[in-house]
Design a protein around this ligand. Structure first.
Ligand code: MG
Length: 449
């Protein structure tokens, strides 16, 4: 049985195995207690276990005396923004994000609309497991209210930003194809694109259907989108994951350019407009350093995980941040990875520069990333890292998250996953061959006990 995974990404498990109604309502009760029985916003993605999970979450929150605002199927960033705008005490996004359909999860959000830090997660987890949360008296049991169409507020807030010049994007008249994996972005992403004056063609945008492709917006899952971009002569294709916090891009030739480019495109626009630094995680492309150098801006690196990047951004007053997995965080709107924000900033970049997507990619240095994973059940990570350190040579050792060896034009990053019992091996180098060879070298090193 796959165990319940507890991390800064929330609690995550396979429904019916580690994720049962009892576990879910216990965690919701503990979270409701953490929110002192205040108002909690609840939203979810489209997976089949969503309604069951939702009812279990409601039961736990009601027992804690919380007033619940149910916003139904919505992206995780919309839940985060709703918490902030409605002045709620917290929020729960019911989504296992990029995990397959049989998984689900609770992502806990604090009153500022940000994910909880490790200490708060530990406290809730401890309360949930030991059953030490308090339950409200019968007269104080919570109630559920429903708000429909809150996604329209998200679009409005985004389009009111000074840096999002709606007229400029509208004037350009982009032809777009959008693939929302039939997830939580299926309604709101096409609506946003319409608002931006785009022609919108849809792939996998039916929230009543199961996921129409692999859940992650990785190039290998985007064949249908790529074909549609080519067939319809579109300018750009957008793909998100089931809870629409991650965004990937397909160029005008129907080529998936890789998730890392989303933040690179958005950062190139914002760093050119605003004076300030960028923060990203240790596994994100070196292209971020290249773009930052172009505008003479600092880059701060954090551990992998949205809240770690957000903390780094706040600490250094960054004007933009995010993760290489397609998660763009633009603090002028809110501190959350947000596919809607990603779309607006990418279209601003293209309409301001007059470049096509492939034009942008071609004028920047080429780096190829390889991402592999290895099962670490029963492995001593400490001894693995010792062996890796011995291979460093002239490289810089970085311990921000796991172990990273950094050279002038390449790097290797090894870290334990937050969401699966594996070690991730990520490499980047100027050619695909070099990048893959580097990854294979370290996979083999892991195997030699
Ligand atoms: Mg996600």
């Amino acid at each position: 049985m796959t165990p319940l995974m507890v991390s800064v990404s929330g609690i995550r498990g396979i429904v019916g195995e580690s994720l049962t109604p009892g576990v879910v309502s216990g965690y919701a009760d503990a979270f409701g207690t953490f929110c002192k029985g205040g108002t909690v916003v609840v939203g979810r993605d489209t997976r089949r276990s969503g309604p069951m999970m939702e009812h279990a979450v409601f039961a736990g929150l009601m027992a804690a005396g919380c007033r619940i605002i149910n916003i139904g199927i919505n992206p995780t960033p919309t839940v985060q923004l709703a918490v902030e705008k409605l002045g709620a005490s917290g929020g729960i996004a019911i989504t296992a994000s990029h995990n397959p359909e049989e998984w689900n999860a609770l992502k806990f959000i604090n009153k500022e609309g940000r994910f909880l830090g490790k200490d708060d997660i530990d406290r809730i987890s401890n309360d949930a497991e030991k059953d030490t949360f308090e339950n409200a008296e019968i007269s104080r049991l919570g109630e559920v209210e429903t708000i429909e169409d809150i996604h329209a507020d998200h679009i409005r807030a985004l389009l009111e930003l000074e840096t999002v010049k709606v007229d400029k994007i509208r004037k350009h008249g982009f032809k777009t194809v959008v693939d929302c994996v039939n997830g939580a972005g299926s309604i709101v992403l096409p609506e946003l694109l319409h608002e931006l004056g785009c022609e919108v063609l849809k792939v996998n945008c039916d929230p009543d259907k199961p996921f129409g492709r692999g859940a992650e917006p990785l190039p290998e899952n985007l064949d249908e989108l790529c074909k549609s971009v080519r067939k319809n002569n579109a300018d750009i294709g957008f793909a998100c994951d089931p809870d629409a916090d991650r965004l990937a891009i397909v160029d005008e030739n129907g080529k998936a350019i890789g998730e890392d480019y989303t933040l690179v495109l958005a950062a190139d626009y914002i760093l050119g407009m605003k004076n300030g630094a960028i923060a990203t995680n240790a596994s994100t492309t070196m292209l971020i350093d290249y773009i930052a150098r172009k505008y003479n801006r600092d880059v701060f690196r954090s551990k992998v995980g949205e809240i770690h990047v957000v903390e780094k951004m706040i600490e250094n007053s960054c004007v933009i941040g995010g993760e290489g997995n397609g998660g763009v965080i633009y603090p002028a709107l809110h501190y959350g990875r947000d596919a809607l924000t990603g779309i607006a900033l990418v279209l601003m970049q293209l309409s301001s520069s007059g470049k096509s997507v492939s034009g942008f990619v071609d004028e920047n240095p080429k780096y190829y990333m390889t991402k592999k994973k290895a099962d670490i059940t029963g492995t001593d990570l400490g001894s693995v890292f010792e062996r890796v350190k011995k291979t460093a040579g002239r490289g810089t050792l970085d311990r921000t998250d796991g172990l990273k060896l950094i050279y002038s034009d390449r790097w290797i990053h090894l870290r334990a996953s937050n969401t699966e019992p594996v070690i991730r091996i990520i490499t980047e180098a100027p050619t695909r061959d070099e990048s893959e060879k580097l990854a294979d070298k370290y996979i083999n090193l892991l195997k030699t006990e």
